[in-house]
Design a protein around this ligand. Structure first.
Ligand code: KG4
Ligand code: ZN
Length: 379
């Protein structure tokens, strides 16, 4: 099939995004309007505010994506939109807009799973770098504020399949970063702050034990191949809280929170002097424990499933310790590994347009009555 232009639209959480991608391999534009600073005031995403902001941003963001790509609406071959998972009201804004646009232009509409999008963010950038495609199957860790999933991804004749081989049973890894940061009086979202501050602390200062998840009775694996590599992040959050209480860190947390509340957009230079060695050690140890845990689960799943390559995507894939240690572990095992650029780690629409490309080739179009599916699963 000759080259095709897909407009991707993403509005599942707190970013309104639109992008134009040619044939799943060339990004012509990638526009993201982030609501982060608005939600930061509340210490988390407020669903009603998110929907309102998507409504305000969707038209200018899509228009900007076309302008930057130097295209008119009539040049497009298809419209792709995130169907789920995500916030129902937020998803609805993108879906309603995409449906109307597809109808008005007489172009096909393609529904994309947000998690599949995160996987295709990496595949898109590999094609852009003209890097040889990975051998299949690929073990993909999708790790963000809402998800911690392991998928075995495979493809035949443009039909991608995903088998879920692991997931979190409670909080997502990014959620654990955000909650621990909040607990320590740091800003929202907490992941980037923990990432930056961990460099200054001793990762061996505090020892955390992560939950070893056993297969549920009745779901005993038939073979190693079937084993699930599940995660749980609620315990470490409680352990950090307990450490704060037993080591008298409360007063310094309150002081830090009060000092940061006076600064509109704090920088690392503002925060670092407000953190003592005990706090920095706690931060570094927390991150070290989470990364070790994700690393163990991911590589065990890769081995059990006979994966030929590893891919890590989603907001937490931006974490420097995670990238360094996963890269070293993969090299030691002779497994190729890839991460998205920082821009494509967090939510964006280029990944939605890229994931839609194999569907366009197979003419897998969404019905006119496409609905938002907040709990949509992959695989
Ligand atoms: O993929 P994403 O933008 O949105 C979701 O779909 O959730 O991921 C956002 C999450 C937040 O929890 C944020 O704290 C985390 O990714 N995050 C990080 C880093 N950058 C973002 N976590 C650890 N280290 C980072 N550098
Ligand atoms: Zn996401």
């Amino acid at each position: 099939m000759h080259s095709r232009l897909i407009l991707g639209i993403e509005s599942s959480c707190d970013e309104t995004a639109a992008a134009v991608v040619r044939s799943g391999s060339e990004t012509l534009s990638n526009v993201v309007a982030s609501q982060m600073t608005m939600h930061a005031v509340y210490g988390g995403v407020v669903p009603e505010l998110a929907s309102r902001e998507h409504l305000r941003n969707i038209v200018p963001v899509v228009r900007e994506a076309l302008t930057r790509a130097n295209l008119a609406f009539t040049d497009l071959d298809a419209i792709a939109v995130t169907e789920g998972p995500g916030l129902a009201g937020a998803l609805l804004v993108g879906i309603t807009y995409a449906k109307s646009l597809a109808f008005a232009l007489g172009k096909p509409l393609i529904a994309v799973n947000h998690l599949e999008g995160h996987i295709h963010a990496v595949l898109l950038e590999m094609r852009e770098r003209q890097q040889a495609a990975f051998e299949l199957p690929i073990l993909a860790l999708v790790v963000s504020g809402g998800h911690t999933h392991l998928y075995l991804a495979d493809e035949q004749n443009d039909a991608w399949t995903y088998r879920n081989v692991g997931r979190t049973l409670d909080d997502a890894a990014g959620e654990a970063f955000d909650k621990v940061a909040k607990l320590l009086g740091l800003g929202y979202p907490g992941g980037p702050w923990i990432d930056a501050l961990a460099l200054y602390g001793d990762p061996r200062a505090v020892e955390f034990r992560m939950a070893q998840i056993k297969s549920k009775p009745g779901h005993m694996p038939h073979s190693d191949n079937d084993r699930h590599h599940d995660f749980s992040f609620s315990g470490i959050k409680t352990a950090v809280l307990r450490h704060v209480e037993t080591h008298g860190l409360r007063a310094s947390i309150d002081a830090r929170r009060a000092a940061l509340a006076q600064i509109a957009v704090p920088t690392l230079a503002d925060i670092l002097p407000l953190c003592d060695a005990a706090t920095l050690g706690l931060i570094a140890s927390f991150q070290h424990a989470v990364v070790s845990y994700l690393l163990r689960g991911t590589f065990a799943a890769a081995e059990a499933s006979g994966s030929r390559a590893i891919l890590v995507s989603g907001g937490v894939a931006a974490n420097r310790e995670l990238r360094t240690r996963f890269t070293a572990e993969a090299a030691g095992r002779g497994l190729p590994i890839a991460f998205p650029s920082l821009a494509l780690s967090t939510d964006n629409a280029a990944m939605i347009a890229a994931a839609a490309w194999p569907r366009l080739q197979r003419r897998l179009f969404a019905p006119a009555e496409l609905q938002a599916t907040a709990q949509l699963r992959l695989g």
